[in-house]
Design a protein around this ligand. Structure first.
Ligand code: KIV
Length: 260
């Protein structure tokens, strides 16, 4: 079955939790689709988990287009969103239209995700007006890591909680079809989820969100030494890979690879 934007539109009425996972290449996307997860995000988290960088800031538009193309080919029945990289959409409405237009035309994404509140609402309005579905993203915005001084929880003060609630309403009004809430308290996520009509997708925001998104590597233990607090590991694939590669290496070294 093909997943479309209607999966998000219908979720609040049906109260069925939305399931999302990130994917960065053809194989990951095909595996996620085979597992029945039809809503995929090509996150700029690829800067950290694929490229090994300390933040997402240096990810380029060309890299997002490259990875999104692979994901679209791997999961042809899925709804694939591209995460717009830092400074590809903030500068102006025109820049956002041009960058998101490239992602839709060249990678065949079905929508985009933008980090930010009031400041990027003109971009959201213009994109939606042009026919490009936009997912919002507030709370911890990893592209603002240097402004925050780290990746810690957001919404710790009453002032910031009010700002986040206002941002959620503005992003909805601007036309976003869904909203990521990253690393905020469960209580605030619950309040925001009740305050907006669009579904909220949580990561480190608790169970009251309309759905959840997780980074592929975190769910599967692809990085054996790294486990973020907000995640849950469903497999230890990293360790399985190391064991398998050890066995292969031992076979080759002992002259047993492909020998009778
Ligand atoms: O870049 C990313 O992977 C994300 C999500 C985890 C929400 O923005």
């Amino acid at each position: 079955m093909n997943t479309t934007i209607n999966y998000f539109h219908e979720s609040k009425l049906s109260a069925e939790p939305i399931v999302m996972v990130t994917a960065y290449d053809f194989t990951m996307a095909a595996l996620a689709e085979a597992a029945g997860i039809g809503a995929l995000l090509v996150g700029d988290s690829l800067g950290m988990v694929v490229q090994g960088k300390a933040s997402t800031l240096s990810v380029t538009l060309d890299e997002i287009i490259y990875h999104t193309g692979m994901v679209v080919r791997g999961a042809p029945g899925s709804f694939v969103l591209a995460d717009m990289p830092f400074m590809s959409y903030q500068v102006s409405v025109e820049a956002a239209l041009e960058a998101c237009g490239r992602v839709m035309k060249e990678a065949l994404a079905q929508g985009v995700k933008l980090e930010g509140g009031a400041v990027i609402c003109p971009q959201i309005k213009a994109l939606v007006g042009t026919g490009i579905p936009v997912m919002g993203h507030i709370g911890l915005q990893p592209q603002s890591v240097h402004l925050y001084g780290g990746f810690g929880k957001r919404g710790k003060t009453q002032k910031e909680r009010e700002l986040l609630l206002r941002s959620a309403r503005l992003v909805e009004e601007a036309g976003a079809f869904a909203l990521v809430l990253e690393n905020i308290s469960h209580a605030l996520a619950e309040e925001i989820t009740a305050a907006v009509r669009i579904p909220t997708i949580g990561i480190g925001a608790g169970p009251a969100c309309s759905g959840q998104i997780q980074v592929f590597h975190d769910l599967l233990g692809l990085q054996p030494d790294y486990q973020p607090r907000h995640s849950k590991r469903y497999a230890a694939i990293g360790e399985s890979i190391i064991t398998a590669l050890n066995s292969y290496a031992a076979d080759v070294r002992q002259g047993q690879f492909l020998s009778k």
